[in-house]
Design a protein around this ligand. Structure first.
Ligand SMILES: Cc1cc2nc3c(=O)[nH]c(=O)nc-3n(C[C@H](O)[C@H](O)[C@H](O)COP(=O)(O)O)c2cc1C
Length: 400
């Protein structure tokens, strides 16, 4: 590890440390794009505050000298009950972020979902990490759906996640105020932000443009996608006519495991199960779409009951090993984590992602032992006390 990387990671002890640290290395527009949530960010704060509702009741005097946090998802064993959520625009946080995330996940034996909003061809990513999942944004056009399903299958993916919670493009105010636009437009505020962060301008954006000339969102459509600077980008955001009929069509065509990401209602989970879907992601998209939704953790129990045999993933606001274990206790199989990995990438590239995975893995091992447990199947609702209704989030959103 270089001296610079060591220095950048020196004060990182918890996942939340990456957010403040990333602010130093990212232009304001990109920093806000990663950090911010929709509306008044009520859900963003609430997704953190909700963890206070459930408190531990640990067992004592048990042998916890050997703990095993591994988990089986879609027939594969993973070293940890968490993985890297699909995050579009990752390459704006550091050079080749898609590849760095894929490689780090493989090194650590955790799962990784490549977003369709990415710059590296999905065919290249699966060569780096043969266990990568693909997270598609699909329109209602059946030729495009079929073409995408066939492309992902031909590349050798086994898990296709379809993100179902973006019928229309979202709006987030903080990133807009900071000058973030897609397609990228040289707005004064964004240019000033770039000038203030030459390391990012040359090391991330400049290097990407130098190599790719016209960086494109290559995984959004069967034969590629629009450039980051092209107005055609608007045409691939949102899919307001995408419905359950399309899910049925995908199920009929896709032989691998199918996951629907973005479920927040028990009856939607039940419907997914009747269609033969293999897994669901309970998620409010990291509070980036509709403000003031229920927090995924609060509806996890009822959705788990409706989900039958499906694998249940959950995300939005998980920031430490204890959060992940609470989700397990309430019925999730595993947790997806988004922002911290992008912020870690911005701080120290692949070494940053390594640090983030290591922090979480150590927290999980330590907390399992402190709970008096040695493996995840031992973890159930008996370990938790549901103490009170969630208080309104504190001003900084994190009372921890
Ligand atoms: C910058 C950013 C980009 C995202 N892009 C996608 C995406 O392309 N597809 C998707 O299904 N979810 C996307 N998400 C949502 C994440 O997969 C995940 O649901 C969310 O980040 C979890 O919340 P957390 O960031 O609080 O951990 C994105 C999230 C962020 C922060």
């Amino acid at each position: 590890m270089s001296l610079t990387t060591r220095r950048r990671l020196r004060d990182i002890y918890q996942l939340t440390d990456f957010e403040a640290a990333s602010r130093r290395y990212l232009p304001r527009a990109v920093y806000e794009y990663v950090r911010n949530g929709a509306g008044f960010e009520v859900s963003l704060r609430r997704n953190r505050a909700v963890f206070h509702r459930y408190l531990w009741k640990p067992y004592r005097l048990r042998d916890v000298s050997q703990v095993d946090p591994s988990v089986i998802l879609f027939g594969e064993r993973y070293a940890q009950p968490f993985g890297l959520a699909p995050t579009g625009g990752a390459a704006m946080t550091c050079f080749d972020a898609d590849k760095l995330e894929a490689a780090a996940a493989y090194r650590h034996g955790v799962f990784y979902a490549l977003s369709a909003n990415s710059l590296t061809p999905l065919e290249d990513i699966i060569r780096i990490n043969p266990r990568t999942w693909f997270a598609a944004y699909l329109p209602s056009d059946t030729d495009i759906i079929d073409g995408m399903v066939d492309r992902v299958a031909a590349a050798g993916y086994n898990v296709l996640m379809v993100t179902i919670d973006v019928p229309v493009a979202a709006q987030r105010v903080a990133e807009t105020r900071a000058g973030y636009t897609m397609p990228i437009r040289p707005k004064t505020r964004a240019i000033l932000g770039g000038l203030a962060h030459p390391g990012w301008t040359f090391g991330t954006m400049g290097r990407t443009i130098l190599r790719d000339r016209d960086p494109r969102i290559v995984n959004i459509r069967p034969h590629g996608g629009p450039g980051l600077f092209s107005s055609e980008i608007g045409a691939v955001g949102g899919s307001s006519r995408f419905t359950w009929d399309h899910v049925q069509r995908i199920r009929d065509r896709w032989r691998g495991k199918l996951v629907l990401k973005g479920i927040l209602r028990a009856e939607d989970a039940a419907r997914a199960a009747t269609l033969g879907v293999d897994g669901i992601g309970i998620s409010d998209h990291g509070a980036r779409l509709l403000d003031s939704t229920v927090s995924p953790l609060e509806v996890l129990g009822e959705i788990r009951r409706a989900a039958g045999d499906m694998t249940v993933l959950v995300d939005s606001g998980f920031r430490c090993g204890g959060d992940i274990l609470k989700a397990r206790a309430l019925g999730a199989d595993a947790v997806m984590i988004g922002r911290p990995f992008l912020q870690a990438c911005a701080v120290a590239g692949g070494a940053g992602i390594d640090r983030a995975v290591t922090i979480l893995s150590r927290e999980i091992a330590r907390d399992l032992a402190l709970l008096g447990l040695t493996s995840l199947p031992d973890l159930g609702p008996d370990l938790l006390s549901d103490v009170y209704t969630v208080p309104f989030a504190s001003r900084d959103g994190d009372e921890r």
